[in-house]
Design a binder for this molecule. Structure first.
Ligand code: Z5A
Length: 213
């Protein structure tokens, strides 16, 4: 079985506007008659959502970087197996908020884990089906942090939100390095006003899939 649908991922540091951008991508695809599965990582299936809860919640026991990486890939394996690949096989479009590039950027560039190990895990878990297109929402770390704090309000920070700016600078640089290596990645200036971001996303989608979809 060779999955045929379109696999689109959204990436970026926190507060980049991935959630907002996902809605724009879904609108664009739906207008072209595509059936869309909108999902996120870590998460997307009941088991993967349980892992999300575990890995994002700040508790008394720290989570070792290697455990964090393996938990991200454990969630991804469930997601790939039971949600993403079946949808692609039905010729549907999958719009996923974060995917393996987040592991490369956060656990690789951010935590300093071995890039070779991450690629080995990716090869096994992705089963030969990497994204057709990735929208990288890029913006300065300080802007992302301000946006994320404003959206969070009085709610508690999760484990990642507790990291300092230097960590997110490494993550941002990691994402930009991925974009340089992979033509599937379109870099969107996410610091721009929303209508400008929306127009840039639509332009990138049209360039990849054609105007008619
Ligand atoms: N993680 C990892 O380490 N390794 C992995 O492999 C994976 C994940 C898969 C959870 O991700 C954490 O998991 C994540 C990395 C790690 N932690 N961090 N950081 P998440 O995606 O659930 O969490 P997040 O990145 O923190 O999401 P977010 O803060 O919700 O960011 P967002 O979705 O990109 O932003 P948003 O909600 O669309 O926008 C934020 C606010 O800005 C909101 O009020 C918007 O209205 C506003 N906004 C958006 N765009 C604009 C523009 N253009 N102008 C002005 N205001 C805007």
């Amino acid at each position: 079985m060779s999955p045929r649908g379109w696999f689109i991922t959204l990436e970026g540091i926190e507060g980049a506007g991935k959630t907002t951008a996902a809605a724009c991508v879904v609108d664009w695809l739906t207008a072209r008659g595509k059936t869309v599965v909108q999902t996120r990582e870590p998460g997307g299936t009941p088991v993967a959502e349980s892992i999300r809860q575990l890995v994002l919640t700040a508790g008394d026991e720290p989570i070792a970087p290697e455990a964090e990486l393996l938990l991200m890939f454990a969630a991804r394996a469930q997601h790939m197996h039971y949600r993403i690949l079946p949808a692609l096989a039905r010729d549907e479009a999958v719009v996923c908020d974060r995917f393996t590039d987040s592991s490369r950027a956060y656990q690789g560039a951010g935590r300093g884990l071995d890039a070779g190990l991450i690629e080995t895990l990716a090869q096994t878990v992705e089963q030969g089906r990497s994204p057709d297109m990735t929208l990288l929402l890029d913006l300065p770390v300080a802007t992302g942090m301000v946006r994320a704090a404003a959206r969070r309000g009085a709610a508690q920070q999760d484990r990642f939100e507790q990291e300092r700016a230097a960590f997110f600078e490494r993550v941002r640089a990691g994402f930009l390095a991925i974009a340089e290596r992979h033509p599937r990645v379109a870099v969107i200036d996410a610091a721009a006003p929303l209508p400008t971001v929306r127009a840039a996303i639509e332009q990138a989608l049209a360039a990849r899939f054609g105007q008619g979809g």
